[in-house]
Design a protein. Structure first.
Length: 469
């Protein structure tokens, strides 16, 4: 079988078979990507879990989902360091299960990363519309797509440095929020009617706990995207574990802090169906004219921008990796001649997101708006990817015990087994409560996987890409 020499750090190579990315990212950049990919989930979306489960029920859901993510990330890091490829889960599943497994993991990841940005872009547009009522939120969403696609194309180090900057601001603002509302915090407020809107635990509470799963996942969705920057990381076997471990711990602390302080600052039921729970919680504490409130509204954009920008980085690399392996047209794996970034892949994924934005009021699935549907679709993609990744970890431990693993999953096989089992439970619960969207997701997956396998350009391309480490 043909082999490839490892490119020197800081270089990028492109020939008939081989496309690689420049290595420019350090551990701090990768931490910024890990946290930035996810941090918009701390600003909006999660409070709908209160409507489904109540504060106490959602606290149970979030605790279990957080445990799943901690176990998953500590296990997933073994794969990322052993196979540091831009395809991430695609590369791991290809190596473990061959072309079909690679296609399933690759397109599930792609659905997650292509369908999440339109929802975030619309949230950015809604934030800007509050400050500028004459501004069309969809036009604002279109503009941010164009802006951040351009920034991603301009160079990964520039993009990652910007991501780090806005992530630090977003984390700082969440800490400020908790500090400002802390004097008004009361556990009695948080626990009032905390079981699916009832004062006591009941059978209905169990249903609410399961129904709230996608909103708890929203707290952590897309952290695995750091794997797609692995090919651009300096010394990935050292920097990626640092970024992943510190990133998941940062996000877990922020998720529980924001949820508990917001819920205990007043009447949580007034926040449970809002897209801006944090400004509304702060308003109830400091008043509508407070400078703290205006700061939160403006700086809240940084959390949304950090996730939006980071996920664009992620989907660009996933489309690039699938194309390089022959699952998508070859043009998608072209690098920009000057910046050495996957510019075609970035633009193509953006066009899909923009189409979704302008279809928002025209399409519903299962009674949900397109925005709510694509968020749920992204969660389905994530859960399938988690299943494939943990299954790949177990498979590769057996089939390739000699594979160099600079980082090994702690508590193996229990931690990855727990992550795998919880992903199955979450997928079953999600399917039960969102069956129409699951059917749409399954149809898209079947079409993508079937067509990609039937039309692959080079049967060995994916294998060669997986070997290039």
């Amino acid at each position: 079988m043909q082999t490839f020499d490892r490119p020197q750090e800081g270089t990028a190579v492109q020939d008939e078979h081989h496309t690689t990315l420049a290595r420019n990212l350090n551990a701090f950049h990768l931490w910024g990507i890990a946290v930035g990919l996810v941090i918009s989930g701390e600003y909006f979306g999660w409070s709908y879990g209160w409507a489904a489960a109540g504060t106490l029920g959602f606290l149970v859901t979030t605790t279990v989902i957080a445990a799943m993510y901690v176990a998953f990330i500590f296990s997933f890091t073994e794969l990322t360091t052993a196979i540091p490829q831009a395809g991430g889960p695609f590369a791991y599943s290809y190596r473990a299960f061959g072309p079909v497994g690679g296609a399933v993991a690759g397109f599930a990841t792609l659905i997650e990363f292509v369908f999440a940005p339109p929802a975030i872009a619309l949230a950015i547009g809604a934030y800007l519309n509050v400050q500028f009522p004459t501004l069309d939120p969809k036009l604002a969403a279109l503009c941010v797509y164009i802006l951040f696609m351009g920034l991603n194309i301009a160079g990964v180090k520039i993009a990652a440095t910007f991501e780090l900057f806005v992530t630090i601001l977003a984390v700082g603002e969440l800490l400020v929020f908790m500090g400002v509302v802390a004097p008004a915090f009361s556990w009695a407020n948080f626990a009032a009617n905390g079981w699916a809107g009832a004062p006591d635990f009941s059978i209905a509470s169990i249903g609410g706990i399961f129904a709230a799963i996608p909103f708890a996942i929203w707290f952590f969705l897309a952290i695995e995207g750091v794997a797609m920057a692995a090919e651009e990381a300096k010394d990935p076997k050292r920097t990626i574990p640092v970024a992943y471990v510190t990133g998941i711990l940062t996000l877990t602390a922020l998720a529980f802090g924001v949820m508990i302080f917001a819920g205990g600052s007043g009447d949580w039921t007034l926040l449970s169906n809002l897209n801006d729970p944090l400004p509304q919680a702060m308003k109830s504490v400091v008043g509508e004219s407070s400078g703290w409130l205006h700061m939160l509204v403006w700086l809240g954009l940084f959390g949304l921008v950090a996730s939006f920008h980071g996920i664009i980085m992620g989907y660009g690399r996933q489309i690039f990796a699938l194309s390089r392996a022959g699952y998508l047209p070859a043009v998608f794996s072209r690098l920009h001649p000057r910046f050495r970034t996957p510019h075609v892949a970035t633009i193509v994924g953006g066009l899909v997101g923009i189409a979704a934005i302008y279809s928002d009021s025209l399409v519903t699935i299962g009674g949900l708006s397109l925005t709510a549907s694509i968020v749920t679709m992204a969660v389905f993609g994530a859960l399938v990817m988690y299943l494939m990744s943990m299954a790949s970890l177990f498979k590769l431990r057996r089939s390739e015990p000699e594979l160099h693993r600079s980082y090994r999953a702690p508590l193996y096989p229990y931690a990855p087994g727990f992550a795998l089992a919880m992903a199955v439970v979450a997928l079953v619960a999600m399917t039960y409560y969102n069956f129409a969207i699951f059917c749409a997701f399954a149809l898209i997956m079947a079409l993508c996987v079937g067509m990609s396998l039937a039309l692959r350009r080079d049967p060995d391309a994916g294998l060669l890409a997986a070997e290039r480490i």
